[in-house]
Design a protein around this ligand. Structure first.
Ligand code: GLN
Length: 446
């Protein structure tokens, strides 16, 4: 299986550009698992899996798709990597992303532009575009991505696969290169909802290395997955079907709502009145966190270092000026500005207040609903190059995923139709730690 997977990746890689590094030991690891015998209690035993290249690994480089981490090798594995390996999964390689996970198209990688397998003139979404593409192309049954504002769900939507962003704290972030630490979560891409639940079973749980990982018990996410949606109360926010969302996307979501009604759920129109401020609040907050997190890339400690510095100050300046791409620099500047003495109250504090209002919007809806449904993204996959010069247009991709990160809730995208041969994604949003409810409703829809 591993050999065939590697051959498939090899055959498509020139077109798809999904990988930044391959695991040279994959076949040997698979052979070792074969020799020991497949563990029947462990569904991932011997299964090839790909991971986003912002998850650190000892046996492959980790670049976060940045020149800044050229040739960087970690001394330890991310917790999710350890967990996958303990379950017998074979990690075949590291997938492409927007530099430091900042972007929505995987065009902002310093190394390559990943293509959407449905139409290689379109983007796979991002930032976890490589992980989405390799699953959508049928190369691996599962991969891991990270989601700070939509980076698992939007690429899942664009490539027609299932992508789950778990509740904040459900999965350890140890070994995930930090972007916005109060938002970042790791989650799985798969072709089916049930496969996704198996992956989350494996990677979830408390970790002493990550104080923000929850010690809440991890249920078997596949346990109630067949129970259907009869009696479920599902909310459909009117803001998620407003102007700016493609008609084909709205139609697919309306059709999905009808299907849920036929399956025995009730659908109510609700309002998330502050959701429209989410993108603005997110870019102040996530960029502030990023500006702090990215301070560590100084040319001394990790990866890349500029040549011929005049002095220490010059080493920092030269390294950061040439090591970071434009989008990353934009975030560092925006974040540093939002945190500066003169702007803190006006921007950072205001954004934090909006975050609270958005959390309260969700709490209100969840008082009498089990789930929220809506589109994942306003459009289907766009053409390569179409949005790469207009940051605000790119940022609007996440208008319906960002509020979920601001509130720390679980959200999943799953395929809900096609428009002009390109997949449309539906987003299901749950109460904190209610991933099981999302999987149950997602599975009923498939
Ligand atoms: N597209 C959003 C951004 O650029 C979200 C990225 C992410 O979730 N990592 O910040």
């Amino acid at each position: 299986l591993t050999k065939q997977t590697l051959a498939n990746i090899d055959a498509h890689e020139a077109d798809l550009q999904a990988y930044l590094a391959m695991n040279d030991e994959a076949v040997a690891q698979a052979e070792k698992i074969d020799a020991a015998g497949i563990d029947p209690d462990n569904v991932l035993s011997g299964v090839p899996v790909a991971i986003k290249d912002n998850l650190v690994t000892t046996n492959m480089p980790t670049t976060a798709a940045s020149k800044m981490l050229e040739n960087f090798h970690s001394l330890f594995n991310a917790t999710v990597v350890e967990k996958l390996q303990a379950a017998g999964a074979v990690i075949v390689g590291k997938t492409n992303l927007d530099e430091f996970a900042m972007g929505s198209s995987t065009e902002k990688s310093a190394y390559k532009t990943t293509r959407n397998p449905w139409d290689t003139n379109t983007v796979p979404g991002g930032s976890s575009g490589g992980s989405a593409t390799t699953v959508a192309a049928g190369e691996v049954p599962a991969s891991l991505g990270s989601d700070t504002g939509g980076s698992i769900r939007q690429p899942a939507s664009f490539t027609g696969v299932v992508g789950m962003k778990p509740t904040y704290g459900r999965v350890s972030r140890w070994g995930l290169i930090a972007f916005g630490s109060s938002f970042d979560q790791i989650g799985p891409f798969t072709r089916t909802v049930k496969d996704n639940a198996y992956l989350l079973n494996t990677i979830a749980g408390h970790d002493d290395h990550d104080a923000t990982s929850s010690d809440k018990e991890v249920p078997d996410f596949t346990a109630g997955i067949d129970q259907g949606v009869k009696g479920m109360r599902i909310a459909l926010p009117k803001e998620y079907l407003s102007d700016g969302i493609d008609q084909s996307v709205k139609d697919a979501i309306q059709a999905a709502a009808k299907k849920y009604e036929e399956l025995g759920a009730t659908i109510d129109e609700v309002s998330l009145p502050h959701a429209k401020y989410g993108v603005m609040a997110y870019y102040a907050l996530a960029s502030s966190e990023a500006s702090s997190n990215l301070e560590r890339f100084d040319g001394i400690r990790y990866g890349y270092r500029a040549e011929d510095p005049k002095n220490l100050e010059d080493l920092y300046v030269k390294t950061r000026s040439t090591g970071f791409g434009d989008e990353v620099k934009r975030r560092i500047m925006l974040g540093t500005f939002s945190l500066s003495a003169g702007s803190f109250d006006k921007y950072f504090k205001k954004a934090a207040q909006i975050r609270t209002l958005i959390i309260e919007d969700f709490q209100k809806v969840f008082q009498d609903h089990d789930l929220i449904m809506g589109p994942t993204a306003p459009t289907t996959a766009f053409k390569v190059g179409a949005e790469s010069t207009d940051p605000t247009e790119m940022y609007m991709n996440d208008v319906m995923t960002i509020p979920v990160n601001l509130a720390g809730l679980p959200g999943m995208s799953l395929p809900a139709g096609f428009s002009n041969g390109l997949p449309i994604g539906m987003q299901l949003i749950g109460k904190p730690f209610a991933e099981s409810t999302i999987y149950q409703a997602g599975h009923a829809f498939e």
